[in-house]
Design a protein around this ligand. Structure first.
Ligand code: F6P
Length: 367
């Protein structure tokens, strides 16, 4: 019997379990056994790792009932890149990718399915270059992976963000306040833009359009002049002021990316500096966007991706990632998916639609 390994890497997102269930059921029906690797690549770097289970053969009992569950039953890690590994207690990066390839062979893996975002896909592609037979499945709430219309997890995060905007509306209106909601998305503004449009924000600030606080204030004042004394601002965590840079609460260090944070608070401070009478409140949605039960759309996409990933293994189409080309599930070389980041086009249809319905995107020409 042939053996496939599967791991979930990077930050978790809703829909991972839907993919795992689909992979297990498809693989076992086609005569493969499936080994679940614990905590992303960490489970291949150290075969003795047990947190709490270690790598284990997957079974129907493991996947039964997990479709609506958030998180990942395998665990995940966004700090165990084998090409830039920092061992516990060390502060130096080392390349342990050969060890990962050896360990995959020791585990008898004929193929490895890696479910993750751009970081995981970059690692998977690197391991493919060392002879490992990998297949990728794109996930991330940020939707910043190229070569797929959407990643699963994005839709659920969007629901959470829109729900938060709906709730902020009622309290903002009661108190004549400026409510700022900071959403995730890293260096891409997809969550802020989609949620802002769907959640009726007055201003949306995304990394792709550096903002002018004066333009934001002008929008708030135009609304006040029309008798609308509250305003809602959706701020992507990667939003940048003109001439400034992203706001970090933790700088990058060996083996770990920097942590974005503080973008909305910075906008509020800039607005207060321009107009001290403004009553601004900031809500940071944070990891709520990554948790909870996946939306039906994410369950469906995750299931379709899982089935397609096993089919790629069957066809021997390695170093490829499954993707959505609406309405079809297709595949692309992983290299294509990681060539650059998928970001919002400031001149694109979505930004034009936002502007058309009166949303301010913070650029100085909106003063
Ligand atoms: O990439 C997903 C994501 O949730 C980003 O939107 C966010 O910047 C980051 O991960 C947060 O990572 P962590 O879980 O390490 O705080």
């Amino acid at each position: 019997m042939k053996r496939i390994g599967v791991l979930t890497g990077g930050g978790d997102c809703p829909g991972l379990n839907a993919v795992l269930r689909a992979i297990y059921r498809t693989a076992s029906a086609r005569g493969y056994e499936l080994l679940g690797i614990e905590d992303g690549f960490a489970g291949l770097i150290d075969l003795d790792r047990r947190r709490p289970y270690g790598n284990r053969m997957m079974s129907e009992e493991m996947v039964r009932g997990i479709l609506p569950r958030g998180g990942t039953i395998l665990g995940s890690s966004n700090s165990d890149d084998p090409f830039h590994y920092v061992a516990p207690g060390s502060d130096r990066e080392e390349d342990v990718s050969d060890r990962v390839v050896d360990n995959a062979r020791r585990l008898g893996l004929d193929a490895l399915i890696c479910i993750g975002g751009d970081g995981t896909m970059t690692i998977a592609h690197g391991l493919a270059g060392k002879g490992l037979r990998v297949v990728g499945v794109p996930k991330t709430i940020d939707n910043d992976l190229l070569a797929t219309d959407y990643t699963f997890g994005f839709d659920t995060a969007l629901h959470t963000a829109v729900d938060a905007l709906d709730k902020l509306h009622t309290t903002a209106e009661s108190h004549d306040r400026v409510m700022l909601l900071e959403v995730m998305g890293r260096h891409a503004g997809w969550i802020a833009l989609h949620a802002g449009i769907a959640g009726d924000a007055d201003v949306i600030l995304i990394p792709e359009i550096p903002y002018s606080a004066a333009a934001v204030l002008a929008k708030i004042e135009r609304r006040r002049a029309q008798g609308r004394y509250f305003s809602i601002i959706a701020v992507a965590e990667g939003a940048v002021p003109i001439g400034g840079c992203e706001s970090y609460i933790e700088q990058a260090r060996p083996g770990r990316a920097g942590r974005l944070g503080g973008a909305a608070e910075r906008v509020a401070a800039a607005l207060r500096a321009l107009e001290p009478t403004l009553d601004c409140r900031v809500t940071v949605l944070g990891h709520l966007q990554r948790g909870g039960s996946p939306s039906p759309k994410d369950r469906l996409l995750g299931t379709r991706f899982g089935v397609a990933a096993v089919e790629l293994v069957e066809r021997g189409q390695f170093d490829h990632m499954v993707c959505l080309r609406t309405p079809h599930i297709r595949s692309v070389p992983i290299a294509e998916a990681i060539a650059r980041r998928n970001v919002v086009d400031p001149q694109g249809e979505l930004c034009a639609a936002a502007r058309a319905v009166g949303i301010c995107l913070g650029s100085p020409d909106e003063l």
